[in-house]
Ligand binder design. Structure first.
Ligand SMILES: Nc1nc2c(ncn2[C@@H]2O[C@H](COP(=O)(O)OP(=O)(O)O)[C@@H](O)[C@H]2O)c(=O)[nH]1
Ligand SMILES: [Mg+2]
Length: 330
């Protein structure tokens, strides 16, 4: 697993180059924080600690939607406008399937062709980790490294299929749900909870024959959103249409991000939300560490397969098995 050629890791060099915005060293630092090697973990923690004072100065945006909705096309179109406006953009991904297949963003690089070669942009696929929590943790740290490297707009893309939305929502300032019109009125399997988290619903592919359906869907979603309780941010969720392919309505989306930032910085919600997210981050870190050390405990490792089998066969009550394992893992 750790067969990479041995390279000297000089944290001073990492720190200085990242602060200068060096994308190559940024990439290497991300590889370092993704490493499971114990020595690398120590180095990664030190590097993070040194760079933390230089983080936080970006607008963090989560983008989700079912496969095929046009996320990659949308990110390419929006991303090009963002860098053209003088920003530096990092695009990261949380992909629940990436431990099995390669991160979706990689296969999508063709759809983000011009963005992926633009020096003002940085695109990084989802890290391969064995749990969604692990992926989320690495993505959060990657985001902070990107901020230290001067990226002032961060996109975190996720596939709209489950839990990962909640994780992304917990680490961004603005959460955008990309949708399709006319793909079934039942909100396309998008759970109400996800809609409720969104600061904006953007109906993509509002072009050609689809244009009218998109306007109808927009009106429907707008009235559906009225049923939700008012948000503490004082921001009422927006519903917009766009065509990522034809580059229509894209500037509007970017303007909306800036308006959100301005509004919530003025009323203080922006900062409160980040403080709350830091607290969540602390708890997540504790949970993950406890879980890891539990499953790595020799007695647990030995007993787990045996007791699992007994529970599966109905020979041992689940609670009793769990209790025995928890005792063993102390
Ligand atoms: N007509 C139309 N097609 C689009 C639009 N955006 C994306 N597509 C197409 O939809 C398909 C899926 O897009 P992709 O960006 O890969 O979706 P993702 O799976 O959400 O990343 C591709 O064939 C795109 O060309 C759009 O605004 N209008
Ligand atoms: Mg994609």
């Amino acid at each position: 697993m750790h067969k990479r050629p041995k390279i000297e890791i000089n944290l001073d060099v990492y720190e200085k180059s990242i602060l200068k915005g060096d994308r190559v060293m940024l990439g290497r630092a991300i590889t370092l924080i993704e490493s499971r090697h114990p020595a690398h973990k120590v180095l990664a923690r030190t590097l993070m600690a040194r760079l933390m004072p230089h983080t936080g100065h970006s607008l963090r945006i989560g983008i989700t939607g079912v496969p095929g909705v046009g996320k990659s096309t949308f990110i390419e179109a929006l991303g090009k406008q963002i860098v053209a406006a003088g920003h530096r953009l990092a695009v990261l991904a949380i992909d629940p399937s990436s431990s099995r297949s390669r991160g979706s963003i990689m296969g999508d690089k063709t759809r983000m062709e011009s963005l992926s070669i633009d020096p003002r942009a940085f695109i990084r696929p989802s890290p391969a980790q064995n749990s969604l929590g692990g992926v989320a943790r690495k993505t959060r740290e990657t985001m902070l490294l990107c901020e230290a490297a001067g990226f002032d707009i961060i996109f975190i893309e996720t596939v709209g299929v489950g839990q990962s939305e909640t994780l992304v929502h917990g680490m961004v300032d603005f959460f955008l749900l990309l949708m399709l019109a006319g793909a079934g009125d039942e909100l396309q399997g998008i759970k109400r909870g996800i809609m409720e988290m969104a600061h904006a619903l953007v109906i993509n592919k509002a072009d050609g024959e689809n244009q009218q359906a998109a306007q109808v869907a927009r009106a429907e979603y707008e009235s559906a959103l009225h049923l939700f309780p008012a948000a503490p941010s004082n921001w009422s969720p927006r519903v917009k249409t766009c065509s990522a392919l034809k580059n229509q309505g894209i500037q509007d989306v970017f303007d909306m991000f800036l308006e959100y930032e301005k509004t919530t910085k003025q009323n203080g919600f922006f900062y409160q939300n980040r403080q709350q997210q830091n607290l969540t981050w602390m708890y997540e870190t504790i949970h993950i560490a406890l879980e890891e050390s539990f499953y790595q405990h020799p007695a647990v490792k030995q007993m787990l397969p045996i007791l699992s089998e007994k529970v599966a066969k109905g020979e041992l009550p689940p609670l009793e098995a769990a209790q025995a394992l928890l005792e063993a893992g102390k």
